[in-house]
Write a protein that binds this ligand. Structure first.
Ligand code: AFP
Length: 322
């Protein structure tokens, strides 16, 4: 099986970008080990702290963030980083070309039940002549990403990666410590009968999403005239992995549960990288009204509604939003 570096070099990936991706993966291998050790390494449970978004931090959130931050900044391969667990961006090597936004451990509430979690990352070029300490270097739409990916810490540790030439899947061979290519080009089937949404929020959704989901739930006796199945992993990284593997629609829509927080998922380090992976596999990623990767960000921790997955099903869902 082919290893990651030659695969990416054949795709025309620069050595500089490859070096940065390998640096991120070095941290992810360490996170994979720590997550796998679970209770044995005393890393389960919460800290007493909250992040800037008011969410309780799990010990593994803090540990994963520290590993990625230290390894990236020490490598000299990044100009700056933005993380879910950092209040502000952190400056790195002023002469480096790339900036990285990441969610160090997506779905971290799953760590306490030994379920799926993962690291999501987005890589962009810093504007020419920009200052590493200037937060605004991250205010670029997702279509400017040069690479995006996630590492899923599941029964096996898998990497989904795109550098703009399709979405590929690699599996970590823990005997060698290498990511090996296990699926050359992921292709999301255009049609699906599977959807993923947290239905406990149903009463808080907007009418368009209420109507769409009601029609799915009506099954073969409703307007869609077919039965749908539902899945919810509570870790976007796990739900998107299923969509990339066998299709489906995943959404975390706008809701009115907390008027101060109408959307849950973060644009820079959740929605954008997942949107690039999904689009590169033939799917669609939208907020309901616009393409996710066309949003001009205005804040590091900005949140957006997300509807992504199988092309025809996402288009059907978007039809309810018109
Ligand atoms: P955490 O990383 O804070 O656990 O949040 C995970 C997440 O942002 C996303 O990965 C899930 O899809 C979503 O939250 C689950 O949200 P609910 O808990 O509302 O189902």
């Amino acid at each position: 099986m082919r290893r990651l570096p030659p695969v990416l070099l054949e795709d025309g990936c620069s050595r500089e970008l490859l070096s940065l991706i390998r640096t991120i993966l070095a941290a992810c291998k360490e996170i994979s080990f720590r997550v796998g050790q679970g209770a044995l390494s005393g890393v389960l449970g919460s800290t007493l702290d909250e992040n800037i978004q008011g969410e309780t931090q799990k010990k593994l959130d803090v540990l994963s963030n520290q590993l990625l931050k230290d390894i990236l900044l020490e490598s000299g391969t990044v100009k700056a980083i933005a993380s879910e667990e950092e209040d502000y961006t952190v400056a790195g090597n002023p002469d480096a070309k790339f900036i990285v936004a990441f969610d160090p451990l997506d779905g971290s509430s799953n760590t306490d039940i030994n379920s799926l979690v993962g690291t999501i990352f987005s890589i962009m070029e810093a504007p020419a002549g920009s200052d590493a300490a200037d937060q605004s270097i991250f205010m670029q739409p997702g279509h400017k990403q040069v690479a995006a990916g996630y590492v899923l810490y599941g029964p096996s540790t898998m990497l989904a990666l795109t550098t703009g030439k399709g979405t590929r899947m690699f599996t970590l061979d823990k005997t060698q410590g290498s990511f090996l290519l296990t699926q050359d080009f992921a292709e999301i089937p255009a049609d699906t009968n599977e959807f993923a949404i947290n239905t406990s929020n149903q009463r808080h959704w907007q009418p368009a999403m209420q109507n769409y989901i009601n029609d799915l739930l009506a099954g073969d006796t409703g307007p869609r005239a077919k039965n749908f199945n539902m899945r919810w992993i509570a870790a976007m990284v796990g739900d998107v992995h299923r969509v990339l593997s066998r299709g489906g629609l995943f959404t975390y829509p706008t809701d009115t549960k907390d008027p101060k927080k109408p959307n849950k998922l973060r644009l820079l380090y959740e929605a954008n990288p997942m949107a690039m992976l999904v689009e590169q596999a033939g799917g669609i990623a939208s907020t309901g009204t616009e393409r996710i990767m066309d949003i001009q960000p205005d804040a590091i921790h900005q949140r957006v509604a997300v509807i992504l997955g199988s092309k025809n099903e996402v288009e059907t869902c978007l039809g309810y939003h018109k």
